[in-house]
Write a protein that binds this ligand. Sequence first.
Ligand SMILES: [Zn+2]
Length: 307
Amino acid sequence: MERGKMKAIGIDIGGTNTAVSICSLSGETLRHFAFPTLLSRKPEKTIKNIFKIIGEKCKLDEISAAGIGVPAMIKAKDGFVFYAPNLGWKNFSVKKAVLAEHKFRKLVFENDANCAAWGIYKKYPGVKPHFLAAMTLGTGIGAGFVSGGKLFSHRDISIFEAGHIKIEPGGLRCGCGAKGCLEAYCGSAYMNNWAASYWSKTRFAGKDLSAQEICSQSRKGAAWAKKIWKQYGFYLGIAVSDIVNLFAADKIIFTGGLAGAYSEFKEGLNSVMDENILPPYRKSVSIEACPQNHYIGADGAARLALL
Ligand SMILES: [Zn+2]
């Protein structure tokens, strides 16, 4: 087939949904679609399920390059997943499984947060930041960064695991086994572990509340909910301050579900950043939230396949 008609695909495999972005080989977005990830106990079957749906929605024969984003500790160059807790994968060659479904001419793999960072960078309007860190605030916390126009990546293992920056030595236990990680405080799956005490004297006492519910209570003016988001901003701000101080980051972008609560946690975040970031860096760093874009990781994955 002539090159002009060929396309690239980005597939962002999530524990709940899989998002797909199709673009031209010159990087122009052509289509987006998403569907629930049919998780099987066998990882090969999960990949088969995903490609069955993609094959029904588009012509795989027209796609020559593919980028696959996985929420995992991954050896990118080999498409080998060491560990993907949300997918239930361990020591799994996702590359082998993908190639069994379709022979792409070019096939790349990357951690999903890195895909999101690259997607955000490529779509960033106007002058690109010198150092952009994208932090995915979801069930857990992921992060990726682009410096001097390049995605910071390692061929052999995922890097920039900002979710495991220690923000409270000896604090709450994180899913990784250590104590006091950012994720153990700011991942939506963990928020109830510390935040529930804030609503213990309200009608919600004894209940589990989702981050979205806490956010809507805060927007309705509940003082206890406002305090939670202030505290959330403090926690997040400690990690963000470290990132800025280490890398002179000039742009931090929050994405993922909890980025929608940015207006609520902004104040706490800013006060911690004011206290902890070295003054020249504090002046040059700016923060943005990009909450609504479900396809940013898939867009980034597709564009990584074009490099
Ligand atoms: Zn951890």
